[in-house]
Design a protein. Structure first.
Length: 149
């Protein structure tokens, strides 16, 4: 399981940042997305190579460059690797997007949330609207969390 989390930290965390920016920010460019993915994956590799879980020997589980920090578990190391990868990808994508030419808005209709026309929901009952359903799920989750705490 820890190896799968490590793969997700290297691959999915930067990819998630790229998808978020691409879907919700119309200024995101393809060059920036690619640069962000490379930077995020590189940040994950560097972080993993400089950290080690407690009780592990430097090598496959990290620390092959140096050991600057020791995490209490492999899961904690993978979690922080994902955070570094996501943050680096997010920031590099924004930075490179601002330095490159913005894409034409006409090509982004249907791809970017702010440029996609939304259907009218006036004829729907209140309990069928996405905002109402989201609120119900949020309250239900909070209640279950309190019950099983």
């Amino acid at each position: 399981m820890d190896m799968l989390q490590l793969v997700f930290a290297f691959v999915n965390a930067p990819l998630f940042a790229t998808f978020l920016l691409g879907m919700f920010w119309k200024r995101t460019t393809g060059h920036a997305a690619f640069s962000g993915l490379l930077a995020g994956t590189t940040a994950a590799a560097v972080h993993h190579s400089l950290t080690l879980p407690a009780g592990a020997v430097a090598g496959i589980k990290g620390g092959w460059m140096a050991v600057l920090h020791t995490y209490p578990s492999e899961m904690a190391q993978n979690f922080w690797t994902a955070i570094f990868a996501w943050t680096t990808c997010f920031l590099v994508t924004i930075f490179v997007s601002l330095l490159t030419k913005a894409p034409e808005e006409s090509k982004l209709v249907g791809l970017v949330y702010s440029l996609t026309p939304r259907p009218k929901e006036e004829s729907m009952a209140w309990y069928l609207k996405p905002a109402s359903l989201a609120l119900i799920v949020l309250v239900g989750t909070a209640l279950l969390n309190l019950i099983f705490w």
